[in-house]
Design a protein around this ligand. Structure first.
Ligand code: PHE
Length: 460
């Protein structure tokens, strides 16, 4: 296995068409959809934020995803190597390096949240929430994350699982599981939706999701929507460049990009629909922050037939969804160490995992004993370590990475190469080509730049 991975030029590919979509969707669908999307929607006030988010996905996310697939499949290399190969002796590879930094900071806090889901599997099995009211359930969550050792223990377990899967390779590792488990997750979320919208008092939550209040849309809210579009679609840091390099030459890249985007967006919206009716029904604060899913859903499971089993399944599948995403994040760092620094894949996995886990421990501690450690982040005031890593990566590094990726495809990549790659050497019709070019040359870069500058008050 290690040998196969060491031999990256003969890249380990995806076996079936559904496998590709499942793996790319597996990277995209994760805590971003089910944990983060609902809680930031809660913070920024609901429907209007969702509309801005959907616009970012459609106008900027989709073309950037196709750009990443195109770069990766053309170059047949990792994120940094792809730029070096397609544009030798230019500084474009710095984009890949930024992706490395983003991967490092995202995975550090991602592992912490994924650790909470592991703890929640155990809590669900032990029926810890039985008989607790909404306040008690919130207290159980607060009790968990503010401890020193328990969250770190679960974070370490999760990071070890991530490292294990990355060592296992693509076909046997990622593809096999995502194909079955992602559709199962979808089914459970739909069941939750049905229960949530039929709860007494659910109407206010449905209104929160569908009735926009534009007063709440500030520069910060728009940047967060854009940043989350990148985070949720796994864009701006080279994950989809790397996965693109595994996609077979016969696949239609435009179609794959569209399908992954739709699947990811659908899951996020369905997760929001499962959350907010319940949030209002149980009198939970919509802007409760990172704990929202953990303090809302146990209430719902308690009031549903088979809730005990469904809750165990839900947190298990959420952990798996997190795993198929964390694997794709670790892969970016490992590929950098391995291919650019000539370290064996095994040592690269171990080194990267240990370093990221240590940084993640600081993020975990910032939820409890270190909560008074605040670090300034321009545009966001002073925030704790966990939030700093999250905001810095999602709202700075990923949009900037996306800006450079679209500029690269729009302006630097040879147009013949571009056409050749998206059309499979002329085999496919690409009616969207002109639009794609305008999107990567102008719309995406200008859009990102405006959102960015706007947050810093440049436009008043
Ligand atoms: N898209 C993943 C999620 O929504 C997180 C992720 C971000 C994965 C960036 C890869 C790259 O959970």
């Amino acid at each position: 296995m290690d040998n196969m991975n060491n031999n990256l030029p003969e890249r380990d590919g995806f076996a079936s068409k559904f496998g590709i979509i499942a793996a790319a969707a597996g990277s995209a669908i994760g805590l971003g959809n089910i944990w983060k999307f609902p809680y930031i929607t809660g913070i920024y006030g609901g429907a209007a934020f969702i509309i801005v988010y959907l616009a970012c996905i459609a106008i900027i996310g989709t073309p950037v995803m196709l750009s990443e697939f195109t770069i990766g499949r053309r170059a047949q290399k990792n994120a940094i190597g792809s730029f070096k190969k397609l544009s030798p002796n230019t500084p474009w590879f710095i984009t890949g390096w930024m992706g490395f930094l983003a991967a490092f900071s995202i995975l550090s806090f991602y592992g912490v949240v994924a650790g909470w889901t592991l703890d929640y599997i155990v809590k669900s099995v032990m029926n810890t929430f039985a008989g607790s009211d909404a306040d008690a359930i919130a207290g159980i969550f607060g009790g968990l994350i503010s401890q020193t050792w328990t969250p770190i223990f679960w974070q370490v377990v999760f990071m070890a699982l991530t490292a294990g899967v990355v060592l296992g390779g693509i076909k046997d590792g990622i593809e096999k599981y995502t194909k079955i488990l992602m559709p199962m997750l979808l089914v459970i979320i739909i069941i939750l939706d049905i229960r949530a919208v039929t709860l007494p008092g659910a109407g206010a939550g449905v209104a929160f999701l569908f009735k926009p209040n534009w007063d709440l849309i500030t520069g910060e809210a728009i940047l967060s929507a854009l940043g989350h579009a990148f985070f949720s679609l796994s864009l701006g840091m080279g994950t989809m460049i790397t996965y693109g390099s595994y996609i077979g030459k016969k696949e239609n890249l435009g179609e794959v990009a569209l399908q992954v985007t739709i699947a990811d967006t659908l899951i996020a919206l369905l997760a929001g629909l499962a959350m907010f009716p319940a949030v209002f029904a149980y009198g939970i604060e919509p802007a409760a922050g990172p704990g929202l899913v953990f303090i809302t859903l146990p209430n719902v499971f308690q009031q549903m037939p088979g809730g005990y089993i469904f809750q165990i399944m839900f947190f298990t599948l959420l952990a798996v969804a997190a795993l198929t995403s964390s694997v794709s994040i670790l892969e970016v760092v490992v590929a950098y160490f391995h291919e650019e620094k000539n370290i064996s894949r095994k040592s690269a996995v171990i080194t990267a995992t240990v370093a990221i886990t240590i940084l993640g421990m600081a993020a975990s501690l910032s939820m409890g004993p270190w909560s008074n450690v605040l670090i300034p982040l321009p545009g966001f005031g002073s925030v704790g370590i966990f939030d700093w890593l999250d905001l810095f990566s999602a709202n700075y590094l990923l949009p900037l990475g996306g800006l450079f990726i679209s500029l690269f495809v729009g302006w630097a990549m040879d147009p013949d190469d571009l056409y050749d790659e998206v059309s499979n050497s002329g085999d496919l019709k690409v009616p969207y080509l002109a639009g794609f070019k305008i999107a990567t040359k102008f719309i995406a870069p200008i859009g990102i730049a405006i959102v960015f500058l706007n947050n810093f008050g440049i436009f008043g």
